[in-house]
Design a binder for this molecule. Structure first.
Ligand code: CO
Length: 468
């Protein structure tokens, strides 16, 4: 047998898997009882924080995301914890000033994160610089994720060159983030080989099962030299989530890529989440629809979420019959917009514009603010230039920016500190507030109300008002 080169497994059940399958609604209480067992598995890392979990904790679960992180850190004594970080957008949806990005990175690491996976929707590496530097400074592991997409600009040379640049930037590893499940097995072989040519960094592959090819893609990628794959424990795997952990572990058993993970311990993890999955099916949180194979994503090269957005936009306009036209219009809009990857928020911008172009009967007759911002350079640089005519039509005489968008932002941490001072109970509160002011404020008020209630109960008990 060839020299052993065990493939490493990053488990996503505590972040991407439930974000993809149940709208990020898994509460901390469901996670904690299984943490000690998960800690014995020997995962390379557990992805458990960031992405949409921060917003969903505050907004829907009325949980403090920082407290969740500290509790997970307490339980995971041996396992690295990983988060997903949207570059200069942190965990929000617009660009933040560098001081906020730096402070967020610092506090994430201080509260227990080991690996920060950082990406940008345009793959504009300038939008990743501040976060990578901050992570380096604090001794964190900065993993840069490239948003995978198809198109004329995305040649193997493009990926290889970008991988080189990522290494030069000070990243500790590189991830291919295939959010739509577009990467097919044979393409994975080529891509991983190209990346390996471009960089010495460990390569992590992140894909989704959406189009049904993902576990074969992992097999091919690992055979081509991929070091780490992202999987989800089976009750929260497949469909729009990741390939199943147990299946990938079994696939490599006895080969040079043997993960060494114990199926008996994985079974305990699986049993725990199976119970929760049943609950989610019963209460409707898990829609069986998302569990099937959706081949449309391969046919049209658009992520599933983007497709369903466009369908609902069209039905609101009473133009459901125009879907085929819209799908044909997408590649045109994408070209005019500099051929960006289709991931939040660029997927929404391109999708909405394609809908408008078709429904209005004239291209770019109507352009929304997000699209104008994109064409004005406010999201960063696209891999190809914008169509100058379209740009002119959308932003008129406004002068587009070419610098890193955050260079135009004044420091803002102090302002946020002042605005949220009245609710502040921990340093981290200012970061929750900076990202989601309204949602954080509502959460802070809820938190205070809960505390007053608890105080009152304690006081009553001390007064003997309740039987013990
Ligand atoms: Co993902």
């Amino acid at each position: 047998m060839a020299e052993k080169r065990p493939v490493k497994i990053t488990e996503t059940v505590l972040r991407d898997a439930h974000q993809s399958l149940i709208a990020t609604r898994m509460p901390t209480d469901v996670m904690l009882p299984i943490v000690e067992t998960m800690d014995q598995v020997g995962y390379h890392a557990v992805e458990c924080w960031g992405g949409a979990t921060f917003d969903a904790s505050l907004r829907f679960l009325k949980e403090d995301p920082w407290e969740r992180l500290r509790k997970l850190r307490d339980g995971f004594k041996n396992t690295k914890l990983q988060m997903l970080f949207r570059g200069q957008n942190i965990l929000g949806y617009s660009h933040y000033s560098d001081d906020v990005v730096e402070y967020f990175v610092q506090k994430s690491l201080a509260n227990g994160i080991d690996i920060i996976r950082i990406f940008d929707c345009l793959n504009d590496l300038r939008n990743l610089e501040t976060a990578v530097k901050a992570s380096n400074k604090e001794g964190g592991h900065a993993q840069i994720a490239l948003s995978y997409t198809l198109g004329d600009a995305y040649t193997l040379d493009y990926w290889k060159e970008t991988a080189k640049k990522i290494e030069d930037m000070g990243a500790n590893s590189l991830c291919i983030k295939d959010m739509a499940g577009l990467l097919t097995p044979s393409k994975a072989t080529e891509l991983v080989q190209a990346l390996k040519d471009g960089t010495q960094l460990p390569i992590d592959l992140h894909t989704h099962y959406t189009s049904g090819v993902a576990s074969m893609t992992y097999l091919k990628a690992v055979e081509a030299g991929c070091d780490i794959i992202d999987t989800a424990i089976s009750p929260f795997a497949l469909g729009t989530s990741q390939p199943a952990t147990e299946v990938m572990v079994e696939t490599f058993k006895g080969t040079e890529y043997d993960t060494g993970l114990d199926q008996k311990i994985l079974k305990k993890v699986s049993d725990h989440f199976k119970t929760y999955r049943e609950e989610c099916l019963a209460n409707g949180l898990l829609n069986p629809k998302v569990l099937g194979v959706d081949i449309k994503t391969l046919l049209y090269q658009v992520p599933g979420g983007m497709l369903s957005n466009m369908v609902s936009q069209l039905s609101e306009m009473g133009a459901e019959d125009k879907l085929d036209e819209v799908l044909q219009e997408i590649p045109n809009v994408r070209k005019d917009f500099g051929e960006p990857p289709l991931v939040t928020p660029s997927s929404q911008i391109v999708g909405t514009q394609a809908v408008l172009n078709v429904v209005m009967g004239e291209r770019y007759k109507m352009v929304n603010q997000q699209a104008k911002d994109l064409l004005a350079g406010k999201y960063g640089q696209t891999v190809k230039p914008f169509n100058p005519e379209v740009q002119k039509k959308a932003i008129g005489d406004e002068k587009p920016i070419t610098c890193r968008p955050a260079d135009l932002l004044e420091p803002s941490l102090e302002k946020f500190e002042k605005e949220c001072a009245q609710w502040k109970q921990q340093d981290e509160d200012v970061l929750s507030y900076a990202l989601f002011p309204q949602v954080a404020k509502e959460f802070f008020e809820y938190r205070e109300a809960q505390q007053t209630q608890v105080d009152a109960t304690v006081a009553d008990k001390e007064n003997g008002a309740y039987p013990v």
